[in-house]
Design a binder for this molecule. Structure first.
Ligand code: BGC
Length: 894
């Protein structure tokens, strides 16, 4: 298991690969009635492009769709094709083959969900408190309960047996208001974690589909079991105490439907109902924030197999028979993607042991105990750091207990891994028994890796590693702010500032499509967007830079993935957001706070004028809304928002840009926002850039930016010819800088520049996460600036890549590879002995513009041959190329 970029197929043949349905590889439970099928292309041949493709889809042994040969210029991969065959049937496997004319072919499949509301048979079932079997705590063991976990109920175990005739296909559809783990005849079903995931449960509860034909298709006695825990539904969430935190419900509920198809065309359909039996088991409590308590003495072997005596179990209670909120799963499930072997084990006070995984992760441990007598209680505490005395540092977790307990059954070897909790940690403190092994299990939404970046500098490589880990650790079903303390919420600004970086690292199309659905359904009647999505703190909404996720996220997804449906789905929400801001700020300066205002959150030692930041975002959102409407062909709407954008721009300039190009507040973020979003009148741009540079110089080339400004430093400084300054910030290791955290041993991105300082030690415990990705939005510049992988203005889905690397700083080489929707785009530059070598890879169907950096335009060669430049700029020779691999050399004197 790892998180590395896979190699595309090689060879001259034009070969489709990475086949996707609705942006996912081999998804089960697809709910779209017209799913989109897409693929990437690979070929080593220069100028390769797909001029015709054919898709054939089969289901149930017969053809379902043949697209015929689809010809024309615009039929490249990436955008894909919408299924155009016979109406899809529920719970059916569709295999599909893509043929490329004159090239290769590839096959894949997708599996449909429950497509018609009348196909649901299952009811929501839960625990009936009236029938609760009295719980007798083992007398030889004090319960490992704290005040925070005292009221946590035990997860419930549900089971149902039936006799299944032999079947050609068996699928289980499952969901929970809560978290479930599904078991069939003693085996765990699938390897997804924390199912069904977190969405806005008031309106959307996703279900999953599992194909269990291989497990039980032969027929015979069948036992379906499920363990049901609180999770996001009724467990601790955010910083409220649990009782208030039962955001969605008081008790979890389960829904399972088994659908078996038989040779003769008949079906067996069995759903959760009052005939299911339920009880408790070895898990005494399980909570996402607090942890899990497992008492192995209470295991009931065979509970999930046929023939178990469940006469002492209680009948499940039917709590709801509606299916209105059930929605098909849109995003990748959470999975364990890597096991981490400890890099250090050291004794701590009181017979404890501290284990160092060497990496801050989101997840949990798998513990193997040897020779623990029955009743031994082993306690696992998790933390991101060690204190000065070498003990576990947990002050920054606030009320999240992040502690698991295991009570041994007394077997020679016992294994424990909690199921329904997740911790943010690098260190684990183990107490209660010293003969053990453990591994850390990193767990997050299984978004496919899409890119990688590397370079000659250790610290910058570490920075990218920290960025990637913070992305993994925080994309747990929804894009969260942090994985460790009592928060873990989908803060909208964090997500939108980090999105460009996230898209380079992983294919997040499905992940954010899902999240946007939650964003839309949480928008207030007034159009305000909540500060966290899913929306759990009703009083918080409408914050500048936060709410703007409503426009920034759909637009960016469209540009990167080229799927216009995200704009179609989001345009009404984009408009409502912009209209909301306009309604409350009729003079177009966003100064009226409707909800929250966080400013340039966690900026270092300065205060960016809030109205400057807010109005810049207002302009950005109006402009993006205009562009989205134009893409969808709604010219009137586009014109209205484009005009609004112009008027906001004029208001901004009049209110905040002085005659000498100074921007009110005179902070880096103020200049960065204004310059990045075209809010400085053209003649004053050089002066405004000058003030930004002067501010950096005055501070000894130190940054002051917070969440809103930090990602713009590299792009804006290099756009105006100051990449030397951008590189100085990148390489800096004084406070405040990324390097400062790395010098201190950071393995993820810190929430705040002063997470730890020499003067004060650990930062404020009230808010000091060591795993927040917002300040890691510099990753966009590493891929897009340093390695130079981007696309031209107006290009969508990387049809027209722009490869413009920026050699500089301490770097002697840098490289990046990125799987665009069309296929692999890559660049690698290296400087040695006054010569620069630039290798470029362009995917089939793309037309790239390449800027070959040089100090002598006449020296540029491609594979040894002089080139025909399109243009010569001060520092590069520009050329246009089709797909394939190219190697440029040029003179490079610094
Ligand atoms: C979160 C942030 C978030 C901020 C808004 C914090 O508690 O951790 O990342 O954007 O609140 O003020």
């Amino acid at each position: 298991m790892s998180w590395n970029l896979a190699e595309p197929p090689s060879g001259d043949t034009l070969t489709p690969y990475d086949l996707r349905c609705e942006h996912r590889a081999t998804p089960l439970g697809v709910g779209a009635t017209v799913p989109r099928l897409s693929w990437r292309l690979a070929s080593d041949r220069r100028g390769a492009a797909q001029d015709a493709y054919r898709i054939r889809v089969h289901a149930r042994g017969g053809p379902a769709w043949d697209s015929g040969w689809v010809e024309g210029q615009d039929v490249s991969a990436g955008y894909g094709a919408d299924y155009g065959g016979a109406p899809l049937q529920s719970l059916t496997r569709y295999t599909w083959q893509i043929d490329v004319r004159g090239g290769g072919s590839a096959t894949s499949w997708f599996d449909t969900g429950v497509l018609h509301a009348d196909e649901w048979r299952a009811a929501w079932i839960g625990h009936d408190p009236e029938t609760e079997p009295p719980f007798e705590p083992p007398t030889d063991d004090r319960e490992p309960r704290s005040a925070r976990t005292a009221h946590l109920p035990a997860p419930r175990y549900f089971r149902r047996e039936l006799d299944l005739p032999p079947a050609t296909a068996v699928r289980v559809v499952a969901s929970a208001r809560g978290l479930y783990e599904l078991r069939v005849n003693g085996s765990r079903v699938g390897d997804d974690e924390l199912t069904p995931g977190w969405t806005d449960y008031r309106e959307r509860v996703p279900y999953q589909v599992y194909d269990v034909t291989d497990l039980v298709g032969d027929g015979g006695p069948l036992c379906v079991g499920a363990i049901l825990a609180d999770g996001w539904w009724s467990g601790s969430l955010g910083w409220d105490s649990r009782r208030q935190a039962q955001h969605y419900g008081k008790r979890p509920e389960l829904l399972v439907q088994i659908v078996a198809e038989h040779e003769d065309g008949s079906r067996t359909v069995v759903g959760t109902d009052g005939s299911w039996r339920e009880s408790t088991g070895p898990i005494r409590y399980a909570d996402l924030l607090m942890g899990e308590w497992y008492d192995a003495r209470l295991e009931r072997p065979g509970w999930d197999r046929p023939g178990f005596d469940d006469s002492s179990w209680a009948p499940a209670r039917i709590v709801d028979t509606s299916h209105d909120v059930l929605v098909p799963t849109v995003a990748e499930p959470v999975q364990v993607t890597e096991d981490l072997v400890p890099v250090g084990v050291q004794p701590a006070s009181g017979g404890r042991t501290i284990v160092d995984l060497g990496q801050n992760i989101a997840g949990r441990v798998r513990l193997v105990l040897r020779g623990a007598p029955a009743g031994t209680r082993v306690t696992l505490r998790h933390g991101e750091a060690l204190d000065d005395g070498g003990g576990l540092y947990t002050d920054n977790l606030r009320s999240a207990e992040a502690t698991d307990h295991y009570v041994a059954a007394g077997e020679p070897v016992e294994t424990f891994e909690p199921r329904f909790t997740v911790h943010g940690f690098r260190y684990v403190e183990v107490s209660g028994h010293s003969d053990f092994d453990l591994v850390g299990r990193a767990l997050h939404s299984a978004t496919p890796v899409a890119g990688e970046f590397s370079c000659s500098d250790d610290m910058v490589r570490r920075l990218m590693s920290n960025i990637r880990w913070s992305q993994r650790d925080n994309f747990v079903s929804v894009p969260t702010d942090c994985p460790q303390r009592d928060e873990r919420l989908g803060w909208t600004a964090d997500a939108q500032v980090f999105l460009p970086t996230a898209c380079y690292n992983a294919d997040v199309a499905a992940f954010f499509t899902n999240w946007l659905a939650d964003l839309r359904c949480a928008q207030t009647a007034d159009g305000a967007v909540p500060d966290v999505v899913p929306h759990v703190m009703t009083e918080r909404h409408g914050a500048p830079g936060w709410g703007d996720a409503a426009t920034v996220v759909p637009w960016h997804l469209y540009r990167v993935y080229g799927d216009e449906r995200v704009l179609r789905d989001s345009l009404p929400s984009m408009r409502r957001w912009v209209d909301h801001v306009e309604r409350h700020n009729p003079d177009l300066i966003w100064r009226n706070k409707v909800g929250s205002h966080y400013g340039d959150w966690l900026q270092a030692g300065v205060t960016t004028t809030r109205e400057v930041m807010a109005t810049a975002y207002f302009a950005l959102s109006a402009g993006l809304t205009a562009k989205a409407a134009a893409v969808l062909g709604l010219q009137d709407v586009a014109d209205r928002y484009a005009a609004l954008r112009e008027r906001i721009g004029a208001a901004f300039a009049a209110a905040f840009v002085s005659a000498d190009g100074r921007i009110t507040g005179d902070t880096q973020t103020g200049y960065l926002l204004a310059l990045a979003h075209g809010l400085v009148p053209e003649p004053l741009v050089p002066a405004a850039v000058g003030h930004l540079v002067a501010d950096l110089e005055r501070r000894g080339r130190r940054l002051t930016t917070g969440f809103a400004g930090v990602g713009l430093l590299g792009p804006v400084l290099s756009a105006y010819g100051h990449q030397d300054l951008a590189y100085d910030l990148l390489h800096d290791d004084r406070y405040p800088s990324w390097g400062y955290s790395i010098k201190r041993g950071a393995t993820t991105i810190w929430e705040r520049w002063d997470g730890w300082t020499e003067e004060n030690g650990f930062g404020p415990v009230a808010m000091n996460s060591f795993n927040h990705y917002a300040l890691g939005s510099v990753g966009e510049w590493l891929y897009g600036g340093v390695a130079g992988l981007g696309q031209e203005e107006g290009s969508v889905g990387y049809r027209r890549p722009l490869v413009r690397p920026l050699p500089g700083g301490r770097l002697t080489w840098a490289s990046a590879s990125y799987d665009t929707p069309l296929g692999r785009l890559a660049s690698r530059w290296q400087i040695s002995g006054g010569e620069l070598t630039l290798e470029v890879q362009v995917p089939p169907g793309a037309h790239a513009t390449v800027h070959v950096p040089t100090t002598d335009p006449s020296s540029v060669r491609e594979s040894g041959t002089p080139i025909e430049p399109l243009e010569v700029t001060g520092s590069a020779v520009v050329c246009r190329i089709g797909s394939g691999r190219y190697t440029y050399t040029s003179t490079w004197e610094r």
